[in-house]
Design a binder for this molecule. Structure first.
Ligand code: ATP
Length: 194
């Protein structure tokens, strides 16, 4: 059966950690395609988003322009209401009834996954792929208690890039070379200068 990946996030901004984890997950799980689905209002993030929706989308477009097997899907940016992953997974499954769905997260997200909206239903729709991340917490026992929770850990070394780090380097006027793809860096620099 064909395999389709879903990679949800705030991508605020997209960075090289995202790109590496998505590629490693795609290879590891043999995904035909990875759909990158930016969230409009990530329900589990309390802080207001630093970059506008239109800039986050534009930067993702630049990052994925030449990345075979990876595709930008902006459905959560246009759908009203909170960006619940379960609604997205339901939609993707309806559109691709012949495909198995995989949902990529970083290891840090495992600690609060059990609090995601309708997690039991989401667990029935997707198998989770978990990328290693430094400082990740324990898997909550509530999550392990969900009978249809399926998870595979993507082997590899943690990459210590986060959007928080990228934003703080931007604020400090430091270079983003190596942290984000070059066209993303150039676009962010143009935004900062004017
Ligand atoms: P922020 O620093 O603003 O919290 P972030 O770098 O975690 O952002 P998100 O867009 O919120 O980026 O992340 C989307 C998904 O990718 C989440 O599941 C997160 O755990 C995961 N992720 C992001 N960066 C990494 C990384 N370097 N290694 C592993 N997982 C990551």
């Amino acid at each position: 059966m064909a395999r389709l990946g879903i990679f949800g996030g705030s991508f605020n901004p997209v960075h090289n950690g995202h790109l590496v984890m998505a590629q490693e997950a795609r290879e590891f799980a043999g995904l035909d395609r990875m759909l990158w689905i930016p969230a409009q209002h990530p329900p589990h993030k309390k802080e207001p988003l630093a970059l506008s929706v239109s800039l986050r989308r534009e930067l993702l477009g630049l990052a994925l322009a030449d990345f075979p097997g990876h595709e930008l899907d902006c459905r959560e940016l246009t759908r009203p209401g909170p960006s619940f992953s379960v609604i997205t997974a339901r939609e993707v499954q309806r559109e691709h009834p012949d495909k198995s769905l995989y949902f990529l997260i970083g290891e840090d997200s495992l600690a609060d996954l059990h609090r995601w909206h309708a997690i039991e239903e989401l667990c029935g729709l997707v198998e989770f792929l978990v990328a290693p991340r430094r400082g990740a917490g324990e898997v909550a026992s509530d999550l392990l208690a969900i009978p249809n929770f399926r998870v595979r850990r993507v082997p590899g070394t943690p990459i210590s890039i986060s959007a928080t780090l990228v934003r703080s380097r931007m604020r400090a006027g430091k270079s983003l070379r190596g942290y984000v793809p070059l066209p993303v860096e150039q676009r962010l620099r143009a935004d900062t200068h004017g």
